[in-house]
Write a protein that binds this ligand. Structure first.
Ligand code: ATP
Length: 304
């Protein structure tokens, strides 16, 4: 019996999300800057004669929205890694889930990255990094970033990632929504609202410059998300939430990715806690605090 392997895997926020006109393959070209933040799922792979999956959700996680069979992206990751090694990979994957589902935080992608790392280690496959990144890209546009973590520039449809200089410690307050949003629906709405989107998405130079200053006020000014307007148009309360957080002192509020989670940038750890308290007092039941950047999917224990 092999000892179980636990891998910790982070949520992401898009500090810059520039979206272009849909390509011929239907995907939108992106120029994005991802940051991995300290709101994490833990995925543990146990030795098992079959491939199976279970979920241990935090209170705020809509567990009913997570498929537990072959549709789960962590299950798909196991199958694809097995294909590469020309064998059926087995294991019992237990996902301790804190990342809200369908929240624009790429929680599913994070679990897929963790499953790749955990099963690779459980079965001592020694899969080269470039192969893991290729399998990750086939699984979903955000999965390669979930492997590398930190702060990274994403191009293509988001799957081509390279780490970027980020000297700051950034404090975020997150307000998830009870009900998730469908990423494809938000992109369809973007196409409707912006029929003349450029072939080349807006670049991230201003954001990358702000990261190099390490100053939260500079980063606040540079945050940008082309999916924010369509997300707010579909769900106007997100616009009201951003205004509320900013009136409570947030440096800036932003829809994360395709939403509906709203993230607020704070000046410091103490400021983040104060802001979270203020938002909770105004009736938001779930308000989370996380800092970034943190590592991509990484081993936290092998219970040898
Ligand atoms: P993205 O922006 O990458 O679409 P998201 O954060 O908006 O990500 P996810 O939490 O990744 O959304 O979930 C999107 C959908 O994927 C869910 O509605 C769910 O049906 C499905 N799904 C499959 N596997 C998982 C998983 N391990 N965790 C969460 N959702 C999963």
């Amino acid at each position: 019996m092999r000892p179980p392997i636990t891998v910790r895997t982070a949520a992401k926020v898009n500090l810059h999300l520039g979206v272009g006109a849909p390509r011929e393959d239907g995907f939108h070209p992106l120029t994005t800057v991802y940051q991995a933040i300290g709101l994490c799922d833990d995925v543990t792979a146990y030795d098992s004669p079959v491939l199976e999956l279970s979920l241990l959700p935090a209170d705020w996680v809509d567990s009913g929205a997570v498929p537990l069979g072959a549709d789960n992206i962590a299950h798909r990751a196991a199958v694809e890694l097995g294909h590469h090694h020309q064998r059926d990979l087995t294991g019992r994957l237990v996902i301790e889930k804190s990342i809200p589902v369908a929240g624009g935080l790429a929680g599913g992608s994070a679990d897929a990255a963790a499953a790749l790392v955990a099963l690779d280690r459980l079965h001592q496959l020694d899969t080269p990094d470039d192969v893991l990144l290729r399998i990750a890209a086939d699984l979903g546009s955000d999965v390669p970033f979930a492997l590398i973590g930190g702060t990274a520039l994403g191009t293509g449809r988001g799957e081509l990632v390279e780490s970027v200089a980020d000297v700051g410690t950034w404090w975020w307050v997150l307000v998830p929504s009870v009900e998730g949003m469908s990423t494809p629906e938000v992109y369809r709405h973007f196409d409707k609202l912006v029929p003349d989107a450029p072939d080349t998405p807006p670049d991230a130079e201003m954001l990358l410059g702000a990261l190099r200053t390490g100053q939260p006020e500079s980063l606040a000014r540079a945050l940008h998300n082309d999916l924010q307007e369509p997300a707010i148009d579909l769900r106007p309360e997100l616009g009201r939430l951003i205004a509320q957080g900013e009136s409570e002192g947030a440096l800036r509020g932003l829809v994360s990715g395709s939403g509906p989670t709203v993230v607020f940038l704070a000046e410091s750890a103490d400021h983040a806690r104060d802001l979270a308290g203020a938002l909770m007092r105004t009736g938001h039941e779930v308000v989370l605090v996380a800092n970034g950047a943190v590592a991509g999917a990484h081993l936290v224990s092998s219970h040898a």
